[in-house]
Design a protein around this ligand. Structure first.
Ligand SMILES: [Zn+2]
Length: 555
């Protein structure tokens, strides 16, 4: 440690091996390597170190504050015998340059929707006076402790700061999610906690062991390293701890992860700090300045430039960013399926504010010709059974991916990559498109939606499925064996449902024509049943050649 050339040995327990890596004095001096027990103050010191570094050196890691939530938890005097209490943001001097707040990102668990600690119309007045800390779940108590220790006065927690049984308050405040997380000085993520009782694992970290030079228990054989002290700990930091954590499976939380500027994951093994700059671990063995090696979607943060940022600047990269969010979001879990629209209000609002495009139930008006071609990715497993037979959520039009049951990977058309989008040509004309909400978009009930398009159409009859996957059909056009169709159905179709399928051409490139598969409903409108593509043999007529365009109302 003294000469700055300390290296740590990282011991992987299952397949014993050593990795020798030079680390800085700062990291070698962290309690997680050399102090047992690792105290709360020492761990808060690491968060301070991350924040100082981020605030002073990372140009793009600046929270942007536009709208404030209606309420915060005021922690003034917390820890000195005074209880926290709700405070209205109208009564707070938010223009004070020192004003800042922390937001909590956490799994509710099954008990929280009914728990008595939530703010309701009945107890709001009491919470404005006092919130009893002992009534709060462990995760909230830990979040209060960490926020206070960082010297930050205000904390935002959804179930306390939104009046849970007031539909209007809920719709208005839930619609501000993008602003709340984008504006937070720091987001505390209870990453490994499955519910409010999980806590932030503040006392669970074990320090490493210092091993003497040439100690037989290590036996580092590398030349040149044998005279230095080594540190050993298990487990070392792993991204999987975050990916596979309960919080990373929740659909609600995606917007909190995508929109936060700075986020500390409190995981079971240690803390991880994530900002626009990258990902760092408490033990210093992860110091990643890009997210390319991480799973996309959950890690896509938006910014103007720099490593690890998703770009919403150009229309094509913005579109791919959107679809990476949709893919991640659609695969995540929702306790209440009816939340599927509300839980993405934040990322929709964020995308809209950055691109100026108009949101159309999870699709975008300017790129509607492309977006309509979403499909359910069959390469990923998803819960089998009822969802395949009845794949739709009620009350949402079939042309929106939001109508598909949560937990299935819904992706951009054929997972097209950036360069592949270059040659695409739209063949669809948007005649009319409108979406009416009762109040705030996505967080209040959908009142009506209308979509009328005009495009070349052909009718066909679907064959019986062959092979393992009944939702993926490959067959030939009845009049030309060289015209091969590949259709991805949204759900199973039986018997007569396979007759009279209308294929509507969305877009094309030099190799394929891409089409929606539609089925006529009783009211003369068409419901979506799938999406697919048709090979365009070199020199031959395309499947849609000579077809007249037809106007169709989609429902
Ligand atoms: Zn940063």
């Amino acid at each position: 440690m003294k000469d700055g050339s300390i290296h740590c040995a990282i011991y992987a327990k299952i397949y014993p091996r050593f990795i020798n890596r030079r680390i800085s004095d700062t990291i070698a001096n962290r309690a997680i390597w050399n102090s047992n027990p690792v105290t709360f103050d020492q761990r808060v010191g690491v968060i301070r170190e991350w924040l100082n570094n981020c605030c002073t050196k990372h140009e793009y890691c600046q929270p942007s504050r536009e709208k404030l939530p209606k309420r915060f938890i005021d922690l003034r005097g917390s820890g000195q015998g005074r209880s926290p209490a709700l405070a209205y943001s109208d009564d707070i001097n938010a223009s004070d340059p020192l004003f800042r707040y922390v937001a909590l990102s956490h799994c509710w668990g099954t008990a929280t929707p009914f728990a008595s600690f939530r703010t309701t119309r009945v107890n709001e007045a009491r919470h404005l006076h006092e919130i009893s800390i002992s009534d709060l779940p462990c995760t909230f108590q830990d979040a209060i402790r960490v926020t206070s220790a960082l010297g930050i006065r205000y904390l935002w927690i959804d179930s306390l700061c939104i009046v849970q049984d007031d539909k209007k308050d809920w719709a208005v405040e839930a619609a501000k999610m993008a602003h709340i997380y984008r504006g937070s000085y720091l987001t505390i993520a209870a990453t490994s906690a499955a519910n409010g009782d999980g806590g932030l694992f503040l006392g669970s970290v074990q320090a490493g062991l210092k091993m003497q030079p040439n100690g037989q228990s290590i036996g580092i054989a590398r030349e040149g390293y044998s005279s230095r002290d080594s540190y050993v700990r298990y487990p070392v930091a792993s991204r999987r701890v975050i990916w596979e954590a309960p919080l990373s499976r929740r659909a609600w939380v995606l917007q909190e992860q995508v929109l936060s500027t700075r986020l500390v994951h409190f995981a079971r093994d240690q803390m991880y700090y994530q900002c626009y700059f990258g990902l760092q671990s408490e033990d210093g063995t992860i110091n990643d300045t890009g997210f390319e090696s991480l799973r996309s979607g959950a890690w896509a943060t938006e910014g103007d430039s720099g490593m690890g940022k998703r770009d919403l600047g150009s229309s094509r990269s913005a579109l791919l960013t959107w679809w990476s969010w949709v893919t991640e979001y659609s695969s995540r879990v929702l306790t209440f399926h009816s939340d599927k629209m509300a839980a993405m209000a934040g990322i929709a609002e964020h995308y809209q504010s950055r691109t100026g495009d108009t949101s159309v139930l999870g699709l975008w008006k300017r790129s509607l010709w492309f977006d309509l071609g979403w499909h359910v990715d069959m390469r990923h497993p998803h819960p089998p059974g009822d969802q395949d037979l009845q794949p739709r959520l009620p009350g949402i039009p079939t042309w929106s991916w939001l109508s598909i049951y949560p937990g299935k990977y819904t992706t951009a058309p054929l997972n097209l990559e950036y360069h592949e989008m270059e040659g695409l040509k739209s063949r669809i004309k948007l005649i009319h498109c409108s979406v009416q909400w009762q109040d705030e978009p996505y967080t209040s009930p959908l009142v009506s939606s209308e979509l009328i398009v005009e495009a070349p159409v052909q009718t066909t009859r679907l064959p019986q499925p062959r092979g393992k996957n009944p939702l993926r059909l490959e067959f030939e056009a009845e009049w030309n064996e060289f015209l091969r169709l590949t259709l991805f159905l949204d759900g199973l179709l039986e018997g007569a449902e396979r007759e009279g399928i209308l294929l509507l051409l969305l877009f094309e490139d030099a190799v394929y024509e891409y089409a929606l598969a539609l089925k006529l409903q009783g009211d003369g409108a068409y419901a979506r049943v799938g999406f697919g593509h048709i090979d365009r043999p070199r020199g031959a007529e395309g499947f849609f050649s000579g077809c007249e365009s037809k106007r169709a109302t989609l429902v």
